[in-house]
Ligand binder design. Structure first.
Ligand SMILES: [Zn+2]
Length: 447
């Protein structure tokens, strides 16, 4: 594979003419549906109930006749038909690995992989990492959880497939991470955005070092929003003197299938030949044409999956897409996630995404530390204004400046995000820090 390292893309498909990709998608969709019809009782029932025959669907255009698949259906299917659910389409002896999706409610949901599924994941993740600058000569610290988490082993597989030097640190080992970076000449890190921010604080306070002195040039973040939040990205880049790349995936689809190139003009869709993406209006469910500037919910169909193929899976990710050519030459759509329907709040009928609130708060560093928690009296998404937001003020903010800061933030949230906030300032370092996913919303104690 050495020759691959000099290519501008990991796969030629990333720069293929769109018509070629459409042909490939249609061919693979037909094959995928034949497998699903043969091996998935879950989809046989769904298609029957919707009055759609598998043979009626010959192109991705026809897919619009097929009902969506919701995460909740998968959970129920798995509970009723353990271990992997009625949607699992291969026998357990062909499953070579099981991951767990980091579900926030109740029983975790398990995702099985056949050998071919594992190879497909490796390919997609490698395309994304390669787009963000991972090369055979890279030395990359891996600081996600390596265990059950879907971003774990698949990222390891892809880094090794590219031929970069993997330094698997995992989470909860900041001290070890710093020595590895210093001893091994590491120049790249991949982890969550909250962890890389925590790490900068850790290096300053525990080592008295400026994080820029460590020589990290590339930071690839994922697992939670942040890399796509402009103020958070800017903060990470200036703290580390590095370029910060956002990456995204979905445990039920592929761990990473969206990654950024150095143009950082939205994440490139890198699932060509494995996934078919659609955009829908989340309210009406109608397909939204994928064109420059379009917005909607991302819906994805597996077109080359053996174990748990999903048809029209609703990701609950609200995205904006771009289709104008990118300077890197990749031809697929690019997108940015503006929030998840799951943690979206509805304030007086308006949609408010916690990541957008984060953007406002982080932009006010160093008057704030950038840390916040939205505290609700009742479970969302509907929230009565004013929305209580605990924000850590910066170390230098005292006296009158505190009230002024709270007023400024409330005013800016009202102007930019159109809702009334009740900003309560708390001392720096008092809100929880997370190595994995930051929790921006919580229920007030006793609520
Ligand atoms: Zn690009």
């Amino acid at each position: 594979m050495a020759s691959r390292s000099h290519r501008p893309y990991w796969s030629e498909l990333e720069a293929a003419p769109p018509a070629e990709i459409r042909t490939l998608e249609n061919e693979k969709l037909v094959r995928q549906l034949a497998h699903v019809a043969d091996a998935s009782p879950f989809y046989r029932r769904k298609f029957r109930e919707a009055g759609v025959g598998f043979d009626d669907i010959r192109t991705t255009h026809d897919l619009q006749r097929v009902p969506f698949t919701e995460k909740d259906e998968l959970r129920k299917s798995q509970e009723a038909h353990p271990p992997l659910g009625e949607h699992a389409a291969v026998a357990m002896e062909r499953v070579i690995r099981v991951h767990s999706s980091s579900g926030t409610t109740g029983r975790p949901s398990y995702v099985g992989l056949s050998r071919s599924d594992r190879d497909g994941w490796t390919e997609m993740v490698a395309r994304c990492l390669y787009a963000s600058g991972v090369r055979p000569e890279s030395r990359i610290v891996y600081a996600f959880s390596i265990g059950f988490f879907v971003g774990g082993l698949p990222n390891k597989d892809a880094i090794e497939e590219i031929g970069a030097t993997l330094v698997p640190i995992g989470t909860g080992a900041s001290e070890r991470l710093v020595s590895a970076v210093q001893h091994l000449g590491v120049d790249q890190i991949t982890c969550t955005p909250s962890y890389v921010q925590y790490l900068a604080e850790f290096i300053r306070s525990n080592h008295g070092l400026d994080p820029t002195s460590l020589g990290i040039r590339t930071i690839i973040v994922g697992g939670e929003p942040g890399g796509g939040v402009p103020a958070v990205r800017q903060q990470i880049e200036s703290e580390w003197g590095a370029k910060c790349f956002d990456a995204m995936g979905n445990a039920d689809l592929a761990p990473v299938f969206l990654g950024e190139c150095p143009a950082q003009a939205g994440m490139h869709f890198c699932g060509q030949g494995y996934l078919f993406p659609e955009l829908i209006d989340p309210e009406s469910g109608e397909r939204v044409p994928i064109e420059e500037g379009a917005g909607g919910e991302l819906v994805v169909t597996h077109i080359d999956r053996e174990c748990v193929p999903l048809i029209r899976f609703r990701t609950r990710d609200r995205v904006v897409v771009w289709t104008d050519p990118c300077e890197c030459g990749r031809t697929g759509l690019r997108l940015r996630c503006v929030g998840r329907t799951d943690d979206m709040l509805i304030v007086r009928g308006g949609n408010v995404f916690p990541s957008a609130i984060k953007d406002v708060i982080v932009a006010h560093r160093p008057e704030t530390t950038g840390e916040l928690v939205i505290e609700l009296d009742h479970p969302g998404p509907k929230v009565e204004p004013p929305v209580r937001i605990l924000v850590e003020h910066g170390p230098g903010v005292v006296g009158h400046a505190l009230q002024e800061l709270a007023d400024t933030l409330e005013e800016e949230l009202r102007r930019k995000l159109i809702f009334r906030a009740d900003v309560q300032l708390v001392a720096p370092g008092t809100l929880p820090r997370y190595e994995m996913k930051a929790k921006l919303v919580r229920l007030r104690e006793g609520a």
